[in-house]
Design a binder for this molecule. Structure first.
Ligand SMILES: NC(=O)C1=CN([C@@H]2O[C@H](COP(=O)(O)OP(=O)(O)OC[C@H]3O[C@@H](n4cnc5c(N)ncnc54)[C@H](O)[C@@H]3O)[C@@H](O)[C@H]2O)C=CC1
Ligand SMILES: O=C(CO)COP(=O)(O)O
Length: 340
């Protein structure tokens, strides 16, 4: 595709991240329709310009239009930005694919979600490519990097990456999001960007758990460093470029998710470390904790490919096999000595 100036886009998913990205685009002068399956949220966004459950206290731009009619959100838009949890990407993409086939449109598809599909272990752009026919999409771009909705909402400085094999598509997305607080880089390694985004959530669960158990900064730095080593190992085996893991969507996102109180994954791990049962952690969060499902996918991939991922394995044992967290940490510490 050629480089496009975007004036109309749809945002699919009005959780914390989708609604804040939509708000950024409205402030950048775009005409934005945001879709949510929750009709109460549509009324709240259109009438009060708030999204209380996800971002209490935030006033959204009054020009942001919400709808629960997917066709009305998608039709006539040059860009469709998907920001639903990974588990919902396939079903939502399928519906969008059918709508675009009927209207015979060909928008650019962007996603800002972070995870792998359970069972298939597919990346989000792979799922989208399967569900939206090529004749009805102009390109697929992944938007990813160290960014919490709570901080972008207050226009803190944030730098992220638009990744696509299609350079013009990535540049189009870069251009539509850039402003004085939001800076976008491009990257052609969409595999590495999507995998870094998905896998860092696993390590963030571990960082939160260490905090909940009362460990200090040494333990956190060790977990992040060795975590980066093992997620890069799996990522490179899956076709990612090693240097992508030292970029914004790799170590950048790992740092923010392992250290920020805004992170849902870190907060979930913190509660687990304090002894809260997993079912209660999930119920209390009321928002997606992507690392829980991605941990299962990454564990299975590591087993299949015989890649050593001791931290991912320890977290899997805690989440899915009933292992006590302290025992899982003791097991990690008692592993045979290694070289870096
Ligand atoms: N919250 C954040 O600061 C950031 C989140 N992300 C990623 O963005 C994605 C979305 O995250 P959040 O906005 O935090 O999630 P959220 O839990 O705040 O909101 C998810 C939204 O998707 C909708 N949804 C859930 N299941 C659905 C389904 N089956 N069909 C249709 N809609 C469905 C919900 O109604 C809600 O509007 C995740 O993959 C997350 O990792 C990425 C960067 C920052
Ligand atoms: O991806 C994120 C930060 O870059 C958001 O992480 P959480 O889903 O853990 O909040």
């Amino acid at each position: 595709m050629t480089f496009l100036k975007i004036s109309k886009a749809a945002v699919i998913g009005a959780g914390s991240w989708g609604s804040v990205l939509a708000n950024v685009l409205v402030k950048n002068g775009l005409d934005i329709k945001i879709w949510t399956r929750e009709s109460k949220q549509v009324t709240e966004l259109n009438e009060q310009h708030t999204n209380h459950h996800y971002l209490p206290g935030l006033k959204y731009d009054e020009r942001l239009v919400a709808t629960d009619d997917l066709a009305a959100a998608v039709n006539g838009r040059q860009v469709i930005l998907l920001v639903v949890p990974t588990v919902a990407i396939r079903s939502v993409s399928q519906k969008i694919g059918k709508i675009l086939q009927t209207s015979n449109e060909r928008p650019l598809i962007v996603h800002a979600s972070k995870g792998l599909e359970l069972g298939t272990h597919k990346r989000i752009s792979e799922i989208i490519a399967e569900e939206i026919p090529e004749a009805n999409r102009a390109g697929i771009v992944a938007l990813s990097g160290p960014s919490h909705a709570e901080e972008v909402a207050r226009q803190d400085i944030t730098l992220i990456t638009a990744a696509s094999a299609d350079v013009a598509a990535a540049k189009t997305v870069q251009k539509m999001f850039m402003n004085d607080f939001f800076r976008i880089y491009t990257n052609q390694d969409i595999i590495g960007v999507e995998l870094g985004a998905a896998f860092k959530n696993i390590i963030a669960l571990g960082a939160g758990a260490l905090n909940g158990l009362g460990y200090g900064d040494d333990a956190k730095a060790a977990l992040m460093t060795r975590g980066l080593a093992e997620i890069s190992r799996l990522g490179v085996a899956m076709g990612a470029k090693p240097q992508t893991f030292i970029g914004l969507s790799g170590v950048g996102d790992l740092i923010v998710t392992c250290t920020s109180v805004h992170s849902r994954n870190w907060r979930a791990g913190n509660q687990l470390g304090q002894g809260v049962p997993l079912a209660d952690v999930i119920k209390n969060m009321g928002m997606v904790i992507e690392g829980i499902t991605t941990n299962k996918a990454a564990y299975e991939l590591a087993q299949q490919r015989q890649i050593e991922m001791p931290i991912t394995q320890a977290i899997y044992q805690v989440l899915y096999q009933g292992c006590d967290i302290k025992q899982a940490i003791a097991n990690l510490m008692q592993r045979e000595g290694r070289s870096e």
